[in-house]
Design a protein around this ligand. Structure first.
Ligand code: KG4
Ligand code: ZN
Length: 342
């Protein structure tokens, strides 16, 4: 059985994990930087990079100790090599290169999005290819046909904000602090999802891509009107976002062959209302539904180690360059009206 050390440092979580090809997480540690970034209402790249540089080595030493393993026991060292905040990515990738070189172990450079995309296979041995993937995080919002390791066809992306970003901005408008997603979800539980009339951008337009900028502006107007409680705004926002997701999934299903499973991954996939609605959608469309446990949806190193397990036998050169942008489907056309996000 193979053993892979995984390292994640692309945003504001510093993490390491040891995972076997037999799908066992032997050890994992994660340090969140929420406190450092909270005063700024979002992740500050320079602060993130410095925090990764300070914390990563003790975290790696810690997981080896927790599992009673040494680098010599590892069959590969897998590290996120992009996309993400470049300073943090470089800290993780350079650390992995040094460990790989010192222990004469193969380096595997992992696309962070592939980590999310394959994470459901870590928890579900029955999940084979292909599957329909909704990848919803702070930086990305895509629907993909996952055809195999390294083989992804993008069916939809966002032309402006990612879904997690829309949650974070809504939280900021409502004064809920950072990170916003879990706070909006908590508040939404106490509100009425039909109380505030909010738009569902692009719904029933036949457009395959996502757009959340208009929804965010409507949330701001609803808040400034003082006509609605924050609870009702949070609940109505979550419902509008969910309606958009379900509409786009219907279009994606129609645009591809029948998929045996619907899979959700990325930070927003830890939202219980969204998970429940997706489960119903999958059932109605005769698909299995697979969602990793919430701790494997938000950024973590077990998913990076697992992607390394999926790629075990490959190795990347020690001069592999960290990539701030790294689309899963490089052949996908830019979405009409899209800004910088692929
Ligand atoms: O995957 P992730 O940890 O980092 C990125 O790669 O972006 O996703 C973080 C995003 C943030 O925007 C956060 O607000 C959102 O996921 N998120 C949630 C929830 N938990 C995290 N959004 C909605 N509901 C949640 N419970
Ligand atoms: Zn992520």
């Amino acid at each position: 059985m193979g053993l892979v050390l995984g390292i994640e440092s692309s945003c504001d979580e510093t993490a390491a994990a040891l995972v076997t090809t037999g799908r066992r997480i032997l050890a994992q540690r994660i340090a969140s930087q929420d406190e450092e970034h909270a005063p700024y209402g979002g992740v500050v790249p320079e602060i993130a990079a410095r925090a990764h540089a300070e914390r990563l080595a003790p975290i790696i030493a810690g997981v080896l100790k927790d599992a009673g393993k040494t680098l010599a026991d590892c069959d590969a060292i897998a590290a996120t090599a992009g996309p993400g905040l470049i300073g943090g990515v470089m800290v993780g990738l350079v650390s992995a290169k040094a460990l790989a070189m010192a222990s004469d172990t193969p380096l595997i450079a992992i696309n962070h999005l592939e980590g999310h995309a394959l994470s459901p296979r870590l928890v579900d041995p029955e999940l084979g290819f292909p599957y329909l993937l909704l990848l919803v995080s702070g930086g990305h919002c895509q629907i993909l046909r996952v055809e195999g390791v390294g083989r992804y066809r993008r069916l939809a992306t966002t032309i402006d904000d990612a879904l997690g970003e829309a949650f974070d901005k809504t939280a900021k408008i409502l004064g809920l602090g950072f990170p916003g997603g879990p706070a909006v979800e908590r508040l939404a539980k106490q509100g009425d999802p039909r109380a505030v009339p909010l738009p569902r951008p692009l719904v029933r337009s036949g457009e395959p891509h996502f757009s959340f900028a208009g929804l965010k502006s409507a949330v701001l107007r609803a808040h400034e009107s003082s006509l609605h409680t924050p609870e009702d705004i949070a609940a109505s926002f979550q419902q509008a976002a969910l309606d958009c997701v379900l509409d786009r999934l219907r279009i994606a299903c129609a645009a591809t062959d029948k998929m045996p499973a619907l899979v959700v991954a990325g930070g927003v996939a830890s939202n219980q209302s969204i998970r429940a609605a997706l489960e119903t959608f999958a059932k109605d469309n005769a698909m299995r539904f697979v969602a990793p446990p919430p701790a494997l949806c938000t950024d973590n190193a077990a998913m990076i180690a697992w992607a390394g397990c999926e790629r075990l036998g490959q190795s990347d050169p020690l001069d592999f360059v960290a990539r701030p942008r790294w689309p899963l489907d490089p052949s996908a056309e830019p979405a009409r009206g899209a800004g910088v996000k692929a």
